[in-house]
Ligand binder design. Sequence first.
Ligand SMILES: [Zn+2]
Length: 451
Amino acid sequence: MVEQTSSQSLLSVTTQPPLAKSLSQLNAYQSGDLVLALSKALSNDLISHDALSYALSQVGYQLPASVLPRTDAQLEEEIYDYENPTAVKKRFSDFQERDISKELAQNIEEQRAYIVSMKDRLTVESAKGELDKCNMKYLNYNRKQLKECLFEMFSRLGLITRFKIDEVHLRHFINDVEKNYKRVPYHNFTHAFNIVHMCYYLARSTKLREYLEDIDLLSLMVAALGHDLDHSGMNNIYYQKIKHPLAMTVNDSSVLENYHGYMLFKLLSRPDNSILDHLTHSEYVRFRKAAIECIMGTDMTKHFQICGSFQNVIKKIHEGNFDRAIAEDRDLIMKTVVHAADISSPAMDFEDFKAQGFRVTLEFHDQYMSEMAIPDLKANNPPPAFMKWESYKSFVQSQIGFTKTFSSPILKQLTDALPESQHMMEQVERNVAQFQKELEELNMKEEGYSA
Ligand SMILES: [Zn+2]
């Protein structure tokens, strides 16, 4: 049964442009816009799933499984997206429908096969055993194992004891966070885990902790965990283009980052997730401010600004006059750590760097196809061509380009401030060299063919 209030909510949501338009052109839009808009309405509690399913069934549309809530039993069974045979099969049928390059699909399939072959050898214990390694093979673990590891990291950093965190609430919060990451190719729970793990790794293996207060460290870890909450796989520009209510609410500025921060504090405010009960008022104020700053700093358009201002902090550290009492400097360190961690794939083992590169590429490609399926956008404001999968060669070029422009400079700064992490930069250089070698080989092959 559909409650009247929910139907009214649907009406209010769908009568806003561009949603009303989406609904009226339902048959023309096979993906993207409508589903995204409606899933946002769902995640903002504007409408219940039942009411939405009912309303859509009236116009002959079925909600895709990706926006339906999963039961706890499903969550327990769920393993990494590309490890789950059903999920993979589903993805591959998607690929064919969208005519995605077979090459990309094949590469992901190879990685999946590797993960499946490793499955029986990987346990929660082996995952915990890897936590203090920078290049932890986090892509090989399922969600249940990763959730255990998250708890373990909070514990090993002493945060549970220091802030008298209720362990049941912490586990509940971690579960809730996991449920609120969508199963998109890249910006999913595994990505969030990776960022938390990088922060943890830096806190354990460098002098990072000396520069931060305890409350900052708690804030850093929680912000990293929630920094991409409920990411739809579409970027800020897309939200602006379709004049999505989320973009309108924040006047187009850092649309997703504002939303992720909102989602994080929404989850934290649920009684079962109350891990901040024992914070003093001033600790809570600090926690919230720092967490929001960290999340807002993950907007890629802030990259050069962060690099610029972090230079002063590096100078203070080198000159031995870094003053931990200055909150702004601690903010800058935290923001840099989270942002650097967010784009630190090039510092992973080459295969993992490549694996994550494929996932980002796939997500971009999905967005490209979704935008091209919207007639207005296709005609008047098409997505940039680089978002579409072209060839393995263009993939390699874009990985090199992104690493050199974004990842290398910020990681270089990070290692300047925290020299114990120097090995990360060395790995970045090895990976770039490896891709450059592949590129040369591809070029030679091409010339060979044309000769
Ligand atoms: Zn991220």
